[in-house]
Design a protein around this ligand. Structure first.
Ligand code: ADP
Length: 368
């Protein structure tokens, strides 16, 4: 019986449990044995009880649980070849040569490296006497499939990452709560949201809550942003609005690549010579990652988990490592490394303040 392992790695995101459930049950459905690797790559390096066979009932209730029940970790050892060598050995000792990984671009980069190195890792395991040639024979090829779990929606080549819509829903809910008090006291709130180099959460939350002004990394504000923001907010106040909401992505920049911070925005809104608004800052922080997945993420994780098992079974030594994307509502397989490369290029372009390049690399929903 073929053994298929699933793991969650890197930052957790809502929907990861639904991935694990889908992979485990689909694997059983097609006659394979599913395994879970606990604690991401750390579990692969540690082996032993970190790699466990799963039964149908082991994942009961997983759809409605937040975070990842099989744990995730950042694993320094896996960055180095000796760590990956031990990981390969542990996989073979467990009879596993198919791995489905749900994580961000870091985790998927590690996965690709692992697959590329696999033949030479096996050779080293034999040449150093850790395994004998007969033991490795059935496991000559490692099949890896990636699933993108991230609240940031920052991976190129897919319209949505698993967890992004849950984080967006949570942000909107929090902004609604804040709006009640903002409106009651006629206050202004500067709300910082997550997203690293990606403004998707801030932009979509701004649209969904009718925020007065937003800041995202991909489209930095012009030099006159201070005047522009104050004018717009004053206009809204003149129209009778009693609350002011400014949403700022954690990676927000100005035209010159300098960070725009919530404090800068607050000082401006509170300036006695200007708008003189009673202004508070709220950093939403980890509540954005917490809680249960929204229906969309459960559906996405389930459909993609099923597709990942199919992809693993259909892969040949010649197939390029793929990840499962959603593009225009279709669940599709795409080459893993070009998506990761493009994602890194966007981050680099933003760091280099080449915003036109960053925008053109972003998916179409970001193009204007
Ligand atoms: P994310 O997957 O959310 O982007 P990280 O970048 O922290 O999170 O990656 C998670 C883990 O994946 C790391 O702790 C490490 O074990 C592994 N990893 C990441 N990048 C690489 C790499 N270039 N080579 C090998 N392993 C990597």
């Amino acid at each position: 019986k073929k053994k298929i392992a699933v793991m969650t790695s890197g930052g957790d995101s809502p929907g990861m449990n639904a991935v694990v459930r889908a992979v485990v049950r689909m694997a059983i459905h097609v006659g394979c044995d599913p395994y879970c690797v606990y604690e991401g790559y750390e579990g692969l390096v540690q082996g032993g009880n970190f790699i466990r066979k799963m039964e149908w009932n082991d994942v009961r209730g997983y759809l409605s649980e937040g975070g990842t029940l099989i744990g995730t970790a950042r694993c320094m050892a896996f960055y180095e070849r000796p760590g990956r060598l031990t990981a390969a050995k542990n996989m073979i000792l467990n009879g596993i040569d198919a791995l489905i990984i749900c994580g961000g671009d870091g985790s998927l980069t590690g996965a690709d490296k692992f697959r590329a190195e696999w033949p030479s890792l096996l050779e080293e395991l034999v040449s150093t006497g850790q395994l004998d040639a007969k033991q490795i024979e059935p496991y000559r090829h490692l099949n890896i499939v990636g699933l993108v779990g991230s609240i940031d929606n920052d991976l190129s080549g897919t319209d949505a990452t698993i967890g992004a819509y849950s984080a967006l829903a949570r942000i909107c809910e929090m902004v609604d709560y804040i709006e009640a008090t903002a409106s009651s006291h006629s206050r202004a709130f500067v709300i910082e949201v997550m997203g690293r180099h990606c403004g998707w959460l801030a932009l979509m939350a701004g649209v969904a809550t009718g925020a007065d002004f937003i800041f995202i990394p991909e489209k930095p504000r012009e030099d006159n942003w201070k005047e522009e923001m104050c004018q717009i907010i004053q206009k809204h106040r003149d129209w009778g609005k009693r609350k002011t909401i400014v949403i700022i992505a954690e990676g927000a920049l100005d035209r010159h690549g300098s960070k725009i911070t919530p404090d800068m925005v607050k000082d401006l809104l509170a300036d006695k010579q200007g708008l003189a608004l009673d202004t508070r800052i709220t950093t939403l922080g980890h509540v954005q990652r917490g809680g249960t997945a929204v229906a969309y993420d459960r559906m996405l994780a389930t459909l993609q988990g099923v597709e990942a098992v199919k992809a693993v079974l259909e892969a040949t030594p010649e197939t390029e490592t793929c990840f499962i994307a959603i593009t225009e509502n279709q669940i599709v397989r795409k080459p893993l490394m070009s998506a990761v490369r493009e994602t890194k290029q966007v981050a680099k372009a933003i760091e280099a303040q080449d915003f036109d390049q960053a925008m053109s690399l972003r998916d179409t929903e970001f193009s204007d």
